[in-house]
Design a binder for this molecule. Sequence first.
Ligand code: PEP
Length: 248
Amino acid sequence: MNKPLIAGNWKMHGNADNAAELAKHLALHDITFAGVDVVVFPPAVHLERVVVAVANSAVGVGAQNMSQWASGAYTGEISGDMLKDIGCHYVLVGHSERRILFAESSQLVAEKFDAAQKQGLTPILCVGESLQQRQQGQTVEVVTAQIAAVINLVGIENLCKGVVAYEPVWAIGTGEVASPEQAQAVHAEIRSQLGSQGANTRLIYGGSVKASNAGAIFAQPDIDGGLVGGASLEATEFSKIAQLMVQG
Ligand code: PEP
């Protein structure tokens, strides 16, 4: 099994004090996550506070988004270099909320993945189908096409150095979690799409993960961890989820 990764996507929640407090709690308990990479993704304006709060702990920090460009006249954008400079090591690319609400295409997501790697960050590529696509039997087609767009730009070797998060859109923030079998089936398809290098690529599941359902999901052979939204805002709940990966 690959080294487990538990990522907490805080989305656009909280204020600077909440963010620092949550990060400090996780940092204080990092010993309980031994053998698991635990990474939090605060809102961009709280990144520096969080980096300071987790300093000298095993907790990592990542950004929820970044620009595909390295620098220039791009008002409001943040580059990978800037994120790296303040202590980030990871970045989410292609989260479904960005694909749907901000019209990010698979091509743009691929460009962000590429820029992240070139600027020294590990991208977590989020992929997943809508409810309608699942009902129409298009899950594998949709997910593999989202991944293929990145492979076409960066090559399979570079894709495999990143992380892939399978996040069915119908399970994000809805309380409706994919069954362990549904998640495993898609992860196995992704693993086979990645060929011989796929065995070493971290594939994580996201979509309404909680301490009460994570154990069964993490027990699946092709699931190397989780991308957790809502439940990552509660320190004890998120810690419990990470600890399940230690046992698991
Ligand atoms: C997410 O935002 O990536 C996510 C999986 O959210 P939630 O856990 O709240 O469904």
